[in-house]
Design a protein around this ligand. Structure first.
Ligand code: NAI
Ligand code: HPV
Length: 628
């Protein structure tokens, strides 16, 4: 059961623990989070209208504008972060298209350093805010450790993120973004190039002619028309391969446990089981990502289920095949031919039996390597990384909630509210720690399925965790750190009869089984309970415990419960004014039994002496100072 702190009139101040990360003043995804923490919340309009970069909405720029015009600015850090001498440093460790490099150069300090050894990468990374890689750089845990908290974004200039340790990135609060669309066609075209050249022995015949031979009988191929192609992984690349193969007159089936059947049907492809796909196909083309589930999924067992003489194409990842098993299958003739663009180890050893096998056609991971795809990927990743460094939520985030722009613009004021409610709720807990259970209730007139709360939940979690954690917390690692701290956050959606025009009518945060430092925040069921709403685009506290209030959530706040009598505002205002503490707003809400809750917004943090004086006002029964 929650209870009030022992002395109602004890001074209750709350100072969030100092952040240890040296980079906490850098512009980054963190800046989005910081932005929401400034005393000048970002309006939806500001969010949408930024134009720092083509197609991007610059939160930090808008935050600064808002902060500059705000009388209650406490954003020295943000201003410093955006000044030219503190430009973010972006390390590009593999060749990237010039158009993308230009975007990066215009934004930050760009360093291109190719072919770094793991040690060299680790040595450089602590001076970088962002790292952009392709498939050749292994971004392993040691890289995040060596970054010492500075690295905020890893951009993968391409699709596959199997070379980035996502768990480590998440633990270190580092956002990972990729460029998932710009190389789809290139990879699909390369798959088709391998399929057709393998079927007609183009590579082998070419090598033989260059060796001075003319072997027309040896290189008789097989036809594609009427043959069955199994596309394993019916995502972006897989479906483009399917479309093209159908144009070649092939029968196409596909296996993908997550692909919707109607999308397949729309291009005349049947989705079938794994076994059905591999046992009926004449050609098998691989397009699934490398994950723990797909690792070596093509092995002795699977090859034994294939039609004798099957032909295999892999432009996905080498690791989905047990390469030794493939050599055995090629030697036994179960697999007649293979065409491989990707390998378990890249580059493979010169002695690789697979590479040397006469029935195997190989290319050195060229799937994405067209001029067009590389330009597209470079721009896509540069914009994603710049956006993330500016504090935007990325639509291509791999380890954080992905938010489509239209959803984001609608949710942004609620995102600000969510973080503030989390921050406020934790400051009402005596000692600020020992929280194990948080219940969040969203009231909404919308169909529950239409309300995606992942972002709101992450921000509430961040708000709660950040002040009681010594580590750097952001959207990326908030859930992870919460779990580590044994904090369980449950969510409930409640339907209300209001306008579905707004995604959320109110958000409530309830913390149970803790003591409160402000008894008025404890509701009848014994939990610390607060509720907030967005009003005119700004976050407001609308309920505290059992009391209805209406307080704009900005800056620092003193909440007092007092006997409802005249002159209270004057008394407290005089104490603050005589100590040069500027009051930004005051509001008083009457409660039951002649009690009132007074909320005072203050620009500076009042000293202990001032707070003691406020506590000495006889009609004040309890009060708490909160930083928002
Ligand atoms: N060789 C190259 O240069 C390139 C290689 N790639 C590789 O191709 C892969 C696919 O790329 P996209 O199509 O853009 O990604 P995608 O995410 O659009 O498609 C991957 C599909 O695989 C499916 N999948 C996941 N697990 C599966 C399983 N166990 N069995 C069957 N399907 C499964 C997913 O549901 C998804 O539909 C990437 O992960 C990347 O590794 C992509 C681009 C270039
Ligand atoms: O996008 C992908 O997944 C790729 O495999 C492309 O790799 P690359 O960027 O060419 O090293």
């Amino acid at each position: 059961m929650a209870s009030s702190s022992s002395s109602l009139k004890a001074i209750s101040t709350f100072t969030p623990s100092a952040k240890l990360t040296p980079s906490s003043s850098k512009p980054s995804l963190l800046s989005f989070l910081k932005t929401t923490s400034t005393s000048a919340p970002i309006s939806l309009r500001a969010w949408q209208s930024g134009s720092h970069f083509r197609g991007s909405r610059s939160l930090i720029t808008n935050a600064l504008k808002a902060v500059e015009s705000s009388p209650v600015s406490s954003s020295g850090d943000l201003k410093k972060a955006a000044s030219s001498d503190s430009k973010p440093t972006i390390l590009v460790s593999e060749k990237l298209g010039e158009a993308g490099l230009e975007v990066l150069r215009a934004f930050g300090n760009l360093e291109c350093a190719y072919n770094l050894s793991p040690e060299e990468l680790c040595a450089k990374i602590s001076s970088c805010d962002a790292l952009i890689v392709r498939s050749g750089t292994k971004v392993i845990r040691q890289v995040f450790e060596a970054a010492k908290g500075r690295l905020k974004v890893v951009g993968r200039a391409g699709v596959g993120i199997d070379n980035v340790d996502l768990q480590a990135a998440t633990e270190f609060g580092c956002l990972v973004v990729n460029a998932p669309t710009a190389n789809t066609v290139a990879a699909a075209e390369h798959g088709i190039a391998l399929l057709t050249s393998m079927a007609r022995n183009v590579a082998q015949a070419d090598a033989s002619m260059k060796a001075g031979l003319w072997k027309r009988n040896k290189y008789v191929g097989v036809s594609l028309v009427g043959k069955t192609l199994a596309v394993m992984g019916f995502g972006k690349v897989g479906s483009e391969v399917a479309r093209r193969a159908k144009g070649l007159g092939m029968l196409v089936i596909a296996h993908d446990p997550y692909a919707p059947a109607d999308r397949a049907r729309a291009i005349g492809v049947d989705l079938v089981s794994f076994d059905q796909a591999i046992s009926t196909a004449d050609f098998v083309s691989l397009h699934m990502p490398l994950t723990p589930t797909t690792s070596k999924v093509f092995n002795d067992d699977t090859f034994s289920k294939m039609k004798k003489g099957v032909r295999l194409i892999n432009v996905a990842r080498g690791g989905v095949i047990d390469e030794d098993a493939l050599v055995r299958a090629l030697d036994s003739g179960v697999v007649a031919q293979a065409a491989l663009d990707v390998f378990t180890e890249e580059p493979p050893s010169k002695e690789s039996k697979l590479v040397q096998h006469e029935n195997v056609t190989v290319t050195p991971h060229l799937g994405a390597s067209t001029k067009e795809a590389q330009e597209g990927v470079a721009i896509e990743i540069a914009e994603a990384v710049v956006g993330a460094l500016q504090g935007e939520l990325s639509a291509t985030a791999v380890n954080a909630p992905m938010v489509p722009p239209e959803v984001m613009s609608e949710l942004s004021p609620y995102v600000v509210l969510a973080e503030k409610l989390g921050k406020l709720a934790v400051q009402l807990v005596a000692g600020g720690s020992g929280i194990t259970s948080v219940r969040v209730v969203y009231k909404s007139a919308r169909d529950h399925d239409d309300l995606d709360t992942r972002l709101l939940r992450a921000m509430i979690t961040k708000g709660i965790i950040e002040p009681i954690s010594t580590s750097f917390i952001n959207l990326v690692n908030a859930d992870f750190v919460a779990k580590q701290k044994g904090l369980r956050i449950s969510e409930e959606k409640v339907s209300v009869d209001s306008s579905p025009e707004f995604p959320v009518e109110s958000i409530q945060v309830h913390i149970s089984n803790v003591d409160s430092k402000f008894a008025s925040s404890v509701s009848d069921n014994g939990s610390i309970s607060i509720e907030g709403k967005v009003k005119y685009g700004e976050p407001h506290l609308t309920r505290l415990g059992s009391f209805g209030v209406d307080v704009s959530l900005e800056g620092n706040l003193i909440l007092c419960r007092q006997v409802d009598q005249p002159g209270m505002i004057g008394q407290v205002g005089t104490i603050l004014g005589s100590h040069n503490v500027n009051v930004s707003f005051m509001s008083v809400g009457r409660t039951i039994l002649k009690k009132a809750i007074m909320a005072i917004g203050v620009d500076e943090e009042p000293s202990k002496e001032i707070l003691t004086k406020i506590g000495d006002v006889s009609a004040i029964e309890e009060f708490v100072f909160l930083k928002l």
